[in-house]
Design a protein around this ligand. Structure first.
Ligand code: MN
Length: 199
């Protein structure tokens, strides 16, 4: 039993100009690849029998910091690649679009609140849109913590996650995290986000 690094569902350069090809290559192959390798090592060392990453994260307080960091990194990046799409962006559609409007007032207000969560996360971490018992919430987590973790102070089922580690944007945007955040909205895969919302 071991966790596999998923292939990207598009080419490294597919998200240009919003996210550059070199960043995508290093981010997927080296960073996500590294989390995957280290998660597998930790799972073996600690004799964790579950092969369900969501289940492991939900019980992560029972395991080591290696499982927390690399299990979170493994899951978060799996989600991240899926909620990006070269043909994404625009206004959210379907049931999720309606829920965003009724929860936040409008797509613009949602965008504003999500951007603030992403910009104000100090150091490395993630900004999230989650579903907590049918209610949409925006927040952030530090490092590779996930809203699925029992130890997280921000909980829910992830619908959208934005990686705000410097490795996600520094080659192209350097210290200009807000520009990277703005670019993200051009490539959100709302179709996938809707699937996650309804699941
Ligand atoms: Mn990352």
């Amino acid at each position: 039993m071991s966790f596999k690094l998923p292939d990207l569902p598009y080419d490294f350069g597919a998200l240009e100009p919003h996210i550059d090809a070199k960043t995508m290559e290093i981010h997927h192959d080296k960073h996500h690849g590294g989390y995957t390798t280290k998660l597998n090592a930790a799972v073996e060392t600690e004799n964790i029998s579950s092969s369900n990453i969501e289940e492991i994260l939900a019980n992560v307080s029972k395991y080591s910091t290696d499982v927390r960091n690399n299990g979170g990194g493994y899951y978060n990046h799996n989600l991240f690649w899926e909620i990006l799409n070269p043909n994404g962006g625009g206004n959210p559609t379907g049931d999720l679009g309606k829920a965003i409007e009724s929860t936040f007032g409008s797509y613009e207000k949602f965008k504003d609140e999500f951007s603030k969560a992403a910009a104000s996360r100090f150091g490395s971490g993630w900004a999230w849109l989650v579903n907590e018992n049918g209610k949409l919430k925006i927040g952030s987590t530090a490092n590779q913590d996930s809203p699925l973790m029992d130890i997280s102070d921000f909980k829910g089922k992830p619908i959208i996650g934005l990686d705000v580690w410097e490795h996600a944007y520094y080659l192209k945007y350097q210290n200009r995290r807000p520009e990277y955040i703005e670019a993200f909205f051009n490539i959100i895969n709302w179709e996938k986000a809707n699937e996650l919302f309804k699941a």
